[in-house]
Design a protein around this ligand. Structure first.
Ligand SMILES: *Cc1c(COP(=O)(O)O)cnc(C)c1O
Length: 397
């Protein structure tokens, strides 16, 4: 325990210590801290509930119905006796949603990345992973035992250099996100498809932040870019824009069969609760029946950037997604700015190393359909005012 305490005090000393802050969710887009320091309702810019579906009445009802019909849990892994028909209904729906032949549901995005990447590659293989990939992708790569080459973020030229030098004779996998969680920028997928074909690799795309938002029916960037057929492993989550929980992999029937037999985080883990599956099914239905939601969200993000500019903050006026990073640099300054914003009614999380590179601490603003124009204008004003007040310089990325 002494060594644990020592490690914790070093984290505190280095400005890297994290702690939990319990909150109450109010109406979509608003939350309230249950600790006394910030007890007023806050405008929430920290959530990945981009389409404000997490409290959608139709989804809540679907969850209730499944609880009534199937009970709370499935009582086992799907390969044991946990394989409700409901899972297959969701997987058929996901396959159609992603315009692929098959899909498999995982317990969460973290479990999915761990299981998929470590099944597809092993010793003697090589993974080419974007340097800014999510921690769950990175952990999957490490678990696989394959060689790991991290190429410069969104840099196909550097990726090709790496492929030339390190492709090897085994299986090779290129793994990227379509929309990056901390920078909100978009992967140049068509260029990666050329490289994957030229160097005979598998291509895996994690659409955690794009699912439900990009593509004509919310099917993601691979759909918008017209490369669904060339992506071997189309990965995404239900816990963000879709407002539910869990993750999916879409691809060929062989991929699905292989993962069922090989992915340990699928095989050795209890199936998701039926209510969660019901919510996910309904989320897909809502997104497919309301094709304008993603576009509307991106319009709100563009409006927020304009508000930031009008409030006098320097930086980019256009961005690729609903995620808007406000670069601060220093970790302590980022935390101080987040606190000052919170005192003024705006909740945005300070993101610090190791989640982002050293010296690139930031406030991450996630725009949601729940935010009104007034909310967005107000938040931009609070951010500008707070940064002036505490003397922290920021730049909109
Ligand atoms: C959030 C996220 C995950 C993890 O998904 P969970 O369902 O929250 O475990 C995986 N990949 C990316 C890119 C993510 O942003």
């Amino acid at each position: 325990m002494d060594t644990l305490a020592k490690w914790l005090s070093e984290q505190t000393r280095d400005g890297k210590h994290r702690s939990l802050t319990p909150i109450k969710r109010l109406s979509p887009g608003f939350l309230q801290s249950t600790t006394t320091e910030f007890s007023a309702p806050l405008l929430d810019f920290s959530s990945n509930d981009y389409l404000a579906l997490s409290q959608h009445p139709e989804m809540v009802m679907a969850g209730h119905r499944c609880l009534d019909t199937y009970g709370c849990g499935v009582g086992g892994a799907r390969l044991m006796s946990g394989d409700l028909e409901l899972f297959h209904e969701l997987e058929d729906r996901v396959a159609r949603f992603k315009t692929r032949e098959a899909a498999l549901v995982f317990g969460s995005g973290y479990l999915g990345n761990l299981g998929v990447i470590s099944s597809l590659t092993g010793r003697g293989d090589v993974i080419f992973s974007d340097r800014l990939n999510h921690a769950s992708i990175h952990d999957g790569c490490r678990l696989s035992g394959a060689g790991l080459v991290r190429f410069r973020h969104n840099d196909p030229d550097h990726l090709e250099d790496c492929l030339k030098k390190k492709r090897g004779k085994g299986r090779a996998l290129i793994v990227v996100e379509s929309i990056y969680s901390m920078d909100g920028d978009r992967c140049p997928l068509p260029e990666l498809v050329v490289l994957k074909q030229r160097y005979d690799t598998l291509l895996m795309v994690d659409e955690a932040h794009a699912t439900g938002i990009f593509g004509s029916n919310g099917g993601g960037v691979i759909q918008e870019d017209g490369v669904s057929e060339q992506v071997d492993v189309a990965f995404g989550t239900f816990g963000k824009a879709l407002g539910s929980y869990g993750a999916y992999v879409a691809g060929s029937p062989i991929l699905k069969d292989f993962l069922i037999n090989r992915a340990r985080s699928f095989i050795f883990s209890t199936g998701l609760p039926p209510a969660v599956i019901g919510c996910s099914l309904t989320a897909l239905k809502i997104v497919e029946e309301n094709p304008g939601m993603g576009k509307k969200l991106l319009e709100k993000a563009a409006f927020f950037r304009m508000c930031l500019c009008q409030a006098g903050l320097p930086g980019e006026l256009t961005g690729a997604s609903q995620i808007i990073p406000i670069l601060v640099g220093d970790s302590d300054a980022a935390v101080a700015l987040a606190d000052e914003c919170r005192r003024n009614g705006v909740f945005a999380t300070a993101v610090r190393p190791p989640t982002v590179p050293v010296g690139a601490a930031r406030l991450r603003f996630s725009i949601s359909l729940a935010h009104t124009s007034e909310n967005l204008r107000e938040a931009a004003g609070v951010l500008a005012e707070s940064s002036r007040k505490i003397g922290v310089r920021v730049r909109v990325l």
